[in-house]
Design a protein around this ligand. Structure first.
Ligand SMILES: *Cc1c(COP(=O)(O)O)cnc(C)c1O
Length: 388
């Protein structure tokens, strides 16, 4: 290609659509956001200030859980929940092979062993039949104690909790819902937050309910667990600050992040509705060109991610390049299942996980933030569908 043709192509490219547009969201939130932050600057209670308590109450009310405990990140939420159960060496923690790295990192940090489970090829959620088979394997091998299940609500959709809870109950497993991507999603007319013994979520800026920094929360209906979570997030403190009852961590949610989240919670339902409308527009525009995401039965997604499937890796690469040339961004969640990660491979027992491996080569995420315009949506659809 000559230099002049390159220049012509560059000039013709419309501006890049944003995969995530926090600047547009900040503008839309307007003075309410500033007022919340200014209130924190005025009272100065940066650690465990009144906004943290207000947010915990608001979030518990929002999802119907009895208790909410604000923490420093989604990863720390998972870790505190596992620490509270005393999970450690010799314990098997079942979790999907196709998820964000943090889900497997936490049991490994605590000395436990993650047992990777394959996923459903249509919904990408953990496969209950394979979970049951993996628990049976581990019991028969006799080396590890089956202790816990971390079910991940992947991409905004709920995991199949009725089936997971049935299995967990029969095998006496602690259930932890990794809801980092899916706070706000609904299953069987109930918001996530009560689907498992405990639910962990993340307020990382790109999540459906995102802060302007790190943050997370734990939800539970169990008062004893909630009390342990509060103790563990503040160095294992007892009834007074310098009474250390257990080994804990510095895992508190910042007051300023709580203030940002209180402002964002006001518009959260409208944002979820906009994400749903974008997903439906993509479904209608793309169903003939690619595999559109299957819905988990009886659920409403929070649409953290809109994933499509191509026939193979070559088709995905070609589409990504074509989209990029037209100013349409995309992302691969996840290019590698966790049992193929160099840091985690040693923990894997070699069980085949063919669905996770295949999906990793075919999946692609389209932009789905609430500030996409209808014109943006049309451009995304045209870029993906063209050349099929
Ligand atoms: C983002 C994410 C986490 C971790 O949340 P952080 O707040 O970034 O620590 C854990 N699990 C899943 C599935 C996630 O997507």
């Amino acid at each position: 290609m000559t230099h002049s043709r390159n220049d012509a192509a560059a000039a013709a490219t419309p501006p890049m659509i944003k995969f995530l547009d926090l600047a547009a969201q900040q503008q839309r939130l307007g003075p309410a956001l500033r007022a919340r932050i200014d209130a924190v600057l005025a009272h100065g209670a940066y650690i465990m200030g009144p906004e943290v308590i207000e947010l915990e109450h608001a979030l518990a009310r929002y999802c119907g859980a009895a208790h909410c405990v604000g923490v420093s990140s989604g990863t720390d939420a998972l870790q505190i929940a596992m620490m509270a159960e005393g999970i450690g060496p010799g314990d098997a923690v079942f979790l999907p092979a196709f998820t964000y790295t943090a889900t497997a990192e936490v049991p490994l940090l605590l000395g436990a062993t993650p047992v990777f489970v394959d996923i459903d090829p249509a919904t990408f959620q953990i496969d209950p039949a394979h979970l049951e088979a993996r628990i049976t394997n581990i019991r028969q091998a006799g080396r590890l104690r089956p202790r816990a299940l971390i079910g991940v609500d992947l991409f905004g959709q709920p995991a199949p909790w009725p089936a997971l809870n049935d299995i967990a109950q029969r095998h006496d497993l602690f259930t932890l819902d990794d809801c980092a991507q899916s706070f706000g999603a609904v299953l069987d007319n109930i918001r996530l937050g009560r689907a498992a013994h405990a639910t962990a979520t993340s307020f990382f800026p790109s999540k459906p309910l995102g802060a302007y920094g790190d943050g997370g929360a734990l939800f539970t209906d169990d008062a004893n667990r909630a009390a342990l979570y509060r103790s563990l997030r503040t160095h294992g403190e007892g009834t007074t600050r310098y009474d250390v009852q257990r080994i804990g961590m510095n895992g508190r949610l910042d007051t300023i992040q709580a203030a940002v989240l209180l402002a964002k919670l006001e518009v959260f339902d409208a944002e979820l509705a906009r994400r749903e409308a974008i997903a439906c527009a993509y479904d209608a525009g793309l169903a003939d060109a690619v595999t559109i995401p299957a819905r988990v039965a009886q659920s409403q997604s929070a649409w953290a991610i809109y994933p499509i499937l191509f026939a193979d890796q070559a088709a995905r690469s070609a589409a990504q390049a074509r989209m990029q040339a037209q100013g349409v961004p995309s992302a691969i969640y996840y290019p590698k299942p966790l049992h193929h990660q160099p840091a985690y491979a040693h923990a894997h027992d070699g069980t085949a996980l063919p669905v996770s491996e295949a999906i990793a080569t075919r999946i692609l995420a389209l932009p789905i933030h609430p500030d996409l315009t209808d014109a943006h949506i049309e451009r995304v659809i045209a870029a993906v569908a063209q050349g099929r």
